[in-house]
Design a protein around this ligand. Structure first.
Ligand code: 5GP
Length: 183
């Protein structure tokens, strides 16, 4: 078992600290509250990485809303091929709903591109994206991003829901890993 102290020694630096995350989520929540008033708002996130952002973002939105969850996995020769399979689908219909997809991080954009295509076919009233971390320099496909937390450089990050081999998700900040952990 690893304690928090052990986790800290495996990090090379904090990229986005707790205070900045909290402040940015409050701003995003306020904008979403203004934009979605009076609509049937459904927030959809992708497990497992998105659950921490989803939990904090929903509590920053001052509106009635529903939450739903999906899981996807990449397959094929490499994730860059963008072949994605749904391993857990939504529990409820989104027909006519104002759907906001809540993502922890966008890298190439291929996963989200696939997901948006699937969700669009289900005839929501609207379909928008809210992402916490955007590695925009890595983007292969264009994506409409209505709400963004932070643009980050092309580094592998962990914490605030993001893992490396299942670890680090519980860190309250976003960090880069020490070289020896990256392998
Ligand atoms: P994309 O399809 O945009 O290339 O990849 C998106 C997925 O790759 C994310 O949902 C996440 O699971 C994973 N990913 C991309 N960059 C990182 C990163 O820096 N750290 C972690 N932990 N996962 C990442």
């Amino acid at each position: 078992m690893c304690g928090k102290r052990d986790l800290d020694t495996q990090l090379s630096g904090v990229l986005v600290d707790e205070d900045r995350i909290r402040e940015r989520i409050a701003e995003l929540g306020q904008r979403i509250t203004e934009d979605y008033r009076g609509r049937d708002l459904v927030l959809v996130t992708v497990l497992k990485g998105g659950f921490v952002f989803m939990a904090d973002l929903t509590r920053a939105i001052d509106l009635p809303l529903r939450m739903d969850f999906m899981s996807v996995s990449s397959y094929g020769p490499s994730p860059a091929h963008g072949q994605v399979r749904i391993t857990k689908d939504l529990d409820e219909s989104i027909v006519g709903a104002a759907v906001l997809v809540v993502e922890d991080i966008i890298d190439t954009g291929l996963t989200l591109h696939f997901l948006l295509k699937v969700l669009r076919q289900r005839e929501p009233e609207s379909l928008e994206v809210c992402v916490l971390l955007d590695k925009d320099v890595r983007r292969i496909v264009e994506l409409p991003i209505a709400y963004k937390g932070f643009s980050i450089p092309d580094r592998f990050v962990v914490g605030y829901g993001l893992d490396q081999a299942g670890a680090f998700r519980q860190l309250p900040f976003v960090a880069t890993l020490a070289d020896e952990v990256m392998g």
